[in-house]
Design a protein around this ligand. Sequence first.
Ligand code: PGA
Length: 253
Amino acid sequence: MRKKIVAGNWKMNLDLQEGIALAKELNEALTAEKPNCDVVICTPFIHLASVASVLDANLIGLGAENCADKEKGAYTGEVSAKMVKSTGAQYVILGHSERREYYKETPEILKEKVLLALANGLKVIFCIGESLEEREANKQNEVVKAELEGSVFNLSAEDFAKIVIAYEPIWAIGTGKTATAEQAEEIHAYIRGCVAEKYGAEVAENTSILYGGSCKASNAPELFAKPDIDGGLIGGASLKCADFKGIIDAWKK
Ligand code: PGA
């Protein structure tokens, strides 16, 4: 059975003290009331080691929001997958649309990042999703398939099993516009079909596909009730413990 996952993506929010305080609060809340799903928080690099030390690793996973496309060496300002792993983190988000758009991360760069993350024992939350323009031209299926083919379908089935996919329509990220549960289910089922075509039905059945884009406690139950939606990647609503826990609790409904 594939995992149900609620993952937070803090992005460039919260300073170190605020981040540690939020991680502690979440750890306490989930210790008091155990979640029905896997919970992961992805934080800025500088938070990772400190946050790792306040989380119960059996309860909450930890991830970075990015890693370098090079193994090591003279790349000023970059943080390698090995460094991420050494903080105690187990995950890394790769392919987020903000990285693709603002930092010009190409499918080839992302392919390198994915390989390095896996080689260093990190699980990858790999983001895909179409722009508003592409959705309006009804090209969403084409776009997500090309993103998978461009950066993760080169992997062996064994390595692909360490990938969590996050479908995030760009028009729904931080905009307050959520894809309807039906729209999301339709494309999640399509994505699972692409995985089945490439790796077979069993691998596809075991792949967790998360929805992201203005997911909150009020719409999470409807989204998570769909058969091909295995949880969420949460931006804005992961920055407050009560909001994030509200989404985690959607798995209890
Ligand atoms: P949002 O972001 O929940 O703030 O829309 C989701 C994401 O970009 O991962």
